[in-house]
Design a protein around this ligand. Sequence first.
Ligand SMILES: C[S@@+](CC[C@H](N)C(=O)[O-])C[C@H]1O[C@@H](n2cnc3c(N)ncnc32)[C@H](O)[C@@H]1O
Length: 209
Amino acid sequence: METLDDYILGHIDPESEYLHRLYRATQLHLLYGRMASGHLQGRMLKMLVGMIHPKLVLEIGTYSGYSGLCIAEGLLEDGHLHTIEINDEQEDFTLPWFQSSPYADKITMHIGDAIDVIPQLGLSFDLAFIDGDKRRYVDYYELVLSYLNPGGYIIADNTLWDGHVLETDTHDQQTLGIQAFNDLVASDTRVEKVILPIRDGLTIIHKKN
Ligand SMILES: C[S@@+](CC[C@H](N)C(=O)[O-])C[C@H]1O[C@@H](n2cnc3c(N)ncnc32)[C@H](O)[C@@H]1O
């Protein structure tokens, strides 16, 4: 029987053939292929970028490049994405996918810890997609917010963490990291925020002017 997820995918824009191949290659050749955004979230990211019209976008956690390509797809002519990946072994897989795509000139991939790389870029951003180590979301958030233009947006992935956010006695560091992040954002008067329960939870955060 068709699931609701199948139904949704059958009634939204398809992913391009290129993205479909990247997703397949990610599952085939990389560990933890589930980390890639995939069809629904990819279309969502493209749509949000198209609504926000950011000039400069930051991504923490490039992985195989699926989300990066979807973000780039939504950018206007003068938009650019800076995406940061801590795992240098990822570069050999991901860079060719960026370079062979129609968005090669819209994406710059940086290798390093986002916490170190962001201050070195000397840029401020209109939109940031946080999708790195769940234990460090609070650190990413404070840093990213300081490099975000007034009126800018943050999209944070995995903020429902497969429902584990409801656990009250957990010692799992990733769950604790996401819970701390969600509590911080919820009480932060510098921003407006909403959690969308799509896939693993997407929090949209708007930095007030
Ligand atoms: C969930 S995956 C990213 C998936 C990708 N954004 C997508 O949606 O297709 C998380 C990635 O973040 C990287 N990462 C973890 N900590 C990081 C850090 N401090 N700075 C940059 N990248 C980091 C990991 O190596 C991993 O490749």
